[in-house]
Design a protein around this ligand. Structure first.
Ligand code: 4AD
Ligand code: MG
Length: 483
């Protein structure tokens, strides 16, 4: 068998010396024709492989270059160097794949994140991206673990859909019709989607929520975890055109249950990573501290990465209403000194500067904001009773996180058939096409609630990476679909 290798991570933990093992990986550096730093992605820590003088011929030595892949048979020996308990004394080395040192884009030096984005096909091989993507994996695993332990059913909602779940219209069209102007047209000149693949106009989904609600009306508790797509032309450090979302949906639950679930969920997955990815977090913590040092004093974050995560796990989130949030903003020194670019008044869709003020300056912790104006939120959110006229609110819930802003969006859903129908009319949601959604309110409707966590924003929060493009393997953003 070719692959009887031991992983570097496992090997570095061993105390037993004298044994013979096989390792494989990529050469990070090769010093003095003697010391190979070998990495296989299982950890950021490299295995030191020691090549005795005369073991390899000149030709083989030349082929041990940064980026080359090798197979090493060696004996585990105590290390004389500091920082590692053991090293591998090479018995035989086989070159698996050469890497031309002159042409290999990843030199053993510090590269900028911008440059690494251009060579995203290789950036997994750096310490930063090694740590980020192992943490991303651990978070994904913890998410499934959390819901599995609570016996939620994992529902795979469709990626191609004919509905616009958020009613925001920022969708990518899916079609097999020709785009050269020869697509079949109706009498009024518009394209005849009856002739299209699905016999109707279809898009990539912006959210699995509406279908998740159907599941919740049978299983009581479900969640989705899948890719979602938004054709919003937002070139920010927090927006992707293709991102992953986790959407739990719970029957027999109100907005307070929803808040409790979201808070417990976020704390659980952070705790999981803190327990299982200690080394990666320590690396990212140090990396962030280094990055912060480059910033002027007043722009630096107060907490280190691990400190921040610990704080979030150990402390309750702040809970306020939208109306209270607006009050805080209106009374803030920032508002009075006209520091906000966008106006503040009841009814606005808070801008990221407002959200960041609330979490980073005012509360200094995650904040759950509920009861937003009905006019700025989606049609499916439950209308609150007893509102002042002109100040109708819905049982919406956004969670704002320090450094990120909105990380979760959710709500209690409108379970009352008549109220929902009315809302759909107001928002121009086609009732005929959405008969299936309305049916749940006709046949055994129940109070229910749910939310969506933006996975990449969560990974940003946990890794401390500033740009969302650096926490997804291959980012899709406006004018960019490389790899
Ligand atoms: O607030 P949003 O639009 O809510 C929904 O889609 C609901 N259907 C969720 C639900 O109740 N089941 O999106 C939810 C979260 C946001 O809070 C944000 O974290 C993330 O998804 N998100 C994005 N992440 C990256 N890039 C984008 N363009 C994003 N748009 C939203
Ligand atoms: Mg939102």
């Amino acid at each position: 068998m070719f692959n009887k290798r031991i992983k570097v991570k496992e090997l570095l933990q061993t105390e037993i010396t004298g044994q013979e093992v096989i390792v494989m990986g990529w050469v990070r550096t090769f010093r003095n024709n003697q010391f190979i730093a070998l990495n296989d992605g299982s950890t950021n820590n490299n295995l030191q492989v020691v090549v005795a003088l005369g073991l390899l011929n000149e030709d083989t030595l030349k082929r041990i270059t940064t980026g080359a892949s090798i197979k090493v048979k060696g004996e585990v020996v105590p290390s004389l160097g500091k920082g590692q308990k053991i090293e591998l004394k090479a018995i035989a080395i086989e070159i698996l794949g050469d890497s031309d040192a002159e042409k290999y884009p990843l030199q053993p030096k510090k590269h900028s994140l911008e440059f690494l984005r251009e060579i995203a096909h290789l950036r997994f091989r750096t310490n930063t991206f090694g740590a980020v993507f192992r943490v991303r994996h651990a978070l994904a695993f913890a998410i499934h673990k959390f819901f599995n332990e609570k016996e939620f059913v994992y529902l795979h909602t469709p990626i191609i859909t004919a509905s616009d779940a958020e009613g925001a219209g920022e969708m990518f069209r899916v079609t097999t019709l020709p785009i050269d102007g020869t697509a079949p047209k109706k009498e009024d000149g518009s394209i005849d989607f009856n002739e299209d693949f699905f016999g109707k106009s279809t898009n990539l989904t912006v959210s699995g929520q509406l279908e998740a609600e159907l599941g919740a009306m049978a299983f009581s508790e479900v969640y989705t975890f899948g890719p979602t797509f938004r054709a919003e032309n937002s070139n920010t450090t927090r927006h992707l055109a293709e991102f992953w979302m986790i959407e739990p949906e719970v029957a027999f639950a109100d907005i307070e249950d929803n808040m409790n679930l979201a808070e417990a969920f976020i704390q659980y997955i952070i705790s999981y990573v803190m327990e299982h990815n200690k080394e990666d977090l320590e690396f990212l913590d140090a990396r962030l501290a280094e990055e912060e040092k480059q910033k002027p004093q007043n722009e630096r974050q107060e907490f280190g990465l691990i400190e921040k995560l610990k704080f979030v796990v150990d402390n309750k989130f702040e809970r306020i209403t939208y109306t209270e949030a607006i009050e805080i903003l209106l009374n803030s020194p920032a508002y009075k000194k006209k520091k906000f670019k966008y106006d503040v008044q009841w009814g606005i869709d808070m801008q990221s500067e407002h959200e960041r003020y609330l979490v980073e300056k005012h509360f200094k912790k995650p904040v759950i904001v509920i009861n937003y104006p009905a006019a700025i939120k989606a049609f499916y959110m439950r209308l609150n009773e007893g509102c002042e006229t002109g100040r109708e609110t819905v049982a919406a819930m956004d969670i704002l996180a320090p450094g990120i802003g909105e990380i979760v969006g959710g709500s209690q859903r409108e379970e009352r058939y008549d109220v929902l129908l009315n809302k759909m009319k107001q928002f121009n949601i086609p009732e005929k096409e959405m008969f299936w959604y309305l049916d749940t309110r006709k046949f055994g409707t129940v109070p229910h609630a749910g939310f969506g966590l933006g996975f990449e924003r969560m990974v940003q929060f946990v890794t401390g990476m500033t740009n969302i493009r650096d926490v997804i393997p291959f980012a899709r953003t406006p004018k960019n679909c490389e790899f």
